[in-house]
Design a binder for this molecule. Sequence first.
Ligand code: PMT
Length: 205
Amino acid sequence: PVRYISNHSSGKQGHAIAGALAAMGAEVRLVSGPVTISDPSGVSVTRVETAREMLAAVEGLLPADAAIMVAAVADWRTETESDQKIKKEPGKGAPPLTMTENPDILRTIGHHEKRPKLVIGFAAETDDLIANATAKLSRKGADMIIANDVSTKTGIGGAQGVMGGDRNRVRIISHDGVEEWPELSKQETAERIARLVADRLTGKR
Ligand code: PMT
């Protein structure tokens, strides 16, 4: 009830993509974890707190033409949650934390019987960006992986890091190869992604 394990994701990139697609006229459903930013306009929003809830909400929205999975979902969760604050006791040391695997939402949707025509995932990497993101393309059954470097050394680091900040620099990885985009605001990145989605769905690219 007091402490939890999380990451710096703000929802800014995902919300911007949902808003950009809605602005182009798409019917958009956004499934969002806990964020402090406001809902994008013209988008219907489902709020969830856990990976299991997110998977159920996303599956409940199928069929869809496209799925874009931007959330920084935890690969693992603690096996148990405590009802009471876990207290520090002198001489007892740190409590063990046993982790268990979360469902992989992108992988489930990428191999789903109601798989959308276009499935796009993201990859947040600190090293070997292209190799790691390319491996996710086939493993997760995606048509495209949008890779961003979230390391503080080579990525857009510090307080303005990709996770939580306002800017992003992505590589678009598909079965056609790798396309490098310049550093842009998350809004500009979202608008380019929305155009890419429209082009893919209409067969222009
Ligand atoms: O929210 P912001 O502050 O704007 O930051 C944006 C971002 C950095 C979070 C975003 O651009 C990004 O990179 N999102 C993906 C983060 C992530 O979890 O990457 P991953 O490489 O661990 O996962 C690969 C893909 O699998 C992602 O599409 C992820 O949504 C999906 N996944 C991961 C784990 C899991 N259990 N289920 C999933 O569906």
